[in-house]
Design a protein around this ligand. Structure first.
Ligand code: NAD
Length: 456
């Protein structure tokens, strides 16, 4: 048995001991997790600075602060979530009690990407722990400082028969996937998501797939332009556009486009300075491959803002590209960088039609004041989740499930949805022994007539 098999085996043995089943155990682990993050907060800032040049502010708001909120929310509600859920019963079930128990699946595998390397590794683990599973975490190989820190923190805080980190690249991931897990939670690209699902099928392991796609932002002619511009710039250029739910491209109504672009430029300057490449806190592109991929898009359309880059630093300015059409190369794949292509429209129906023709996006954002137009967008276009008059904000509400649909993902999480994701819902009927309904058994005309009346 090699190391990977041994680790899974040890975790399964620990899971089967039943220790993770109690509320007190799970509460304890969540508290340990929060204390761990608090203790290592400074090292977390350093790691994210090293990996992505994230500022402390951005790390606090989008990584570690997000996790504190998620842990606190889970601790506050876990006891309630763990209670059996009562269910109704039809008249044919008189005398029975019916309920749904949430039980952990067992040994879970969490595979995470590089763009929010701490948050996207730990947030699923919070759900796995809350629901009583053990966890093996495989972080991304592209954010080495955070990955090493995860090993250090988790090894110090947890026994690896309960919560372990396995570092490494895709080969390590492939090897892990050959093992039998009871649940797999994957965050990453749609291409790899398909591989995960295929591998999971060998053991019939259920999966959650948090994937990507091209998320549109639409600005209608009656939108509040100043707020739209500010919120789009924030949502697009946070983390240098390397956010799964970042607006990928902008659809602007022709009447307001000039004003919108002008206001967006104002906010880019206000958030990142006139020379973002000189800004100490401007997030860089993760690696050379992605840098060159993004650089090639700069020849599409017409650059109306930004467009400069620093190859040595792997940094590209917040850039707006106008005069873009669906045929341009930038419209053929998820951008995942600080480039915002702009399409122009005069009729909202055309926008709806064109978005419906491509894969279902992870997010969609619509800016406009009129209710019928908002309703049209929500009814006619399928997408994972999104906002009216904002960007990204939906994902920070723990009362909302976060996830994709179609090629942007399967399943959802955050808050109670994380607990539910990592729980099997076991239906139980407790029958009375005080009496016995006669009609369910074969034989006798009366029984047959009764059944016919009840089961019409
Ligand atoms: P990726 O799919 O390349 O890698 C994700 C993880 O899978 C990494 O840990 C990697 O080591 C592993 N992996 C890579 N190839 C593998 C293989 N063949 N077999 C098994 N494991 C493999 O994704 P990425 O580049 O790290 O992240 C960017 C993508 O993730 C974007 O598409 C983005 O939209 C998506 N994303 C989605 C969400 C979400 O919540 N829906 C969040 C962040 C990122």
């Amino acid at each position: 048995m090699d190391q990977t098999e041994q680790l899974v085996e040890n975790q399964r043995e620990f899971f089967l001991s039943g220790e993770t089943l109690t509320y007190s155990f799970r509460k304890e682990q969540l508290k340990k997790l929060k204390n761990m993050l608090k203790k290592y907060e400074k090292s977390i800032y350093q790691a994210l600075k090293t990996d992505l040049n994230k500022s402390n502010y951005e790390t606090l708001t989008t990584e570690v602060g997000f996790l504190y909120t998620e842990i606190d929310f889970t601790l506050k509600h876990l006891k309630d979530w763990m209670k059996p859920e009562k269910a109704e019963a039809p008249i044919t079930h008189k005398g029975t009690k019916n309920y749904i128990l949430s039980e952990p699946y067992g040994v879970s595998l969490v595979i995470s990407p590089w763009n929010y390397p701490l948050q996207l590794a730990i947030a699923p683990a919070i759900g796995a722990i809350a629901a009583g599973n053990t966890v093996i975490l495989k972080p991304s190989e592209f954010t080495q400082a955070t990955s090493s820190l995860l090993v250090e923190m988790i090894n110090e805080t947890f026994d690896n028969t309960y919560f372990a980190v396995v570092e490494g690249d895709k080969e390590v991931s492939e090897k892990l996937l050959k093992q039998k897990f009871d649940y797999i939670f994957f965050t990453g690209s749609t291409t790899v998501g398909k591989i995960i699902m295929r591998e999971a099928s060998a053991h019939l392991t259920p999966v959650t797939l948090e994937l990507g796609g091209k998320s549109p932002v639409i600005v209608d002619k009656d939108a509040n332009i100043d707020l739209a511009a500010k919120r789009i710039v924030w949502g697009k250029f946070t983390n240098a556009g390397q956010t799964c739910v970042a607006p990928d491209y902008l659809y602007a109504h022709e009447d307001i486009k000039p004003k919108l672009l002008k206001t967006m430029k104002k906010y880019i300057k206000s958030f990142y300075g006139k020379k973002p490449l000189k800004n100490e806190d401007y997030v860089r592109i993760i690696n050379k491959d992605h840098f060159h991929r993004l650089q090639a898009f700069l020849t599409d359309g017409k650059i109306v803002y930004g467009g400069n880059y620093n190859e040595g630093k792997n940094a590209i300015e917040p850039t707006i590209l106008d005069k873009i059409s669906w045929e341009d190369s930038i419209m053929q794949e998820e951008i995942f960088g600080p480039l915002l292509p702009v399409l122009t429209f005069s009729n909202l129906d055309d926008v709806v039609l064109s978005i419906k023709q491509i894969e279902k996006p992870l997010a969609l954002y619509y800016f406009g004041e009129k209710l019928p137009a908002q309703q049209k967008i929500l009814r006619d276009i399928s997408f994972g989740g999104g906002c009216i008059n904002d960007t990204l904000y939906h994902l920070a509400n723990p009362h909302l499930p976060f996830g994709g649909v179609g090629s942007s993902g399967i399943g959802g999480y955050h808050g109670k949805y994380s607990f539910d994701t990592f729980s099997h819902k076991k239906s139980v009927l407790k029958q009375t022994t005080k009496f016995d309904m006669p009609f369910r058994y074969p034989g006798g005309k009366v029984a047959e007539q009764l059944v016919k009346r009840i089961m019409r």
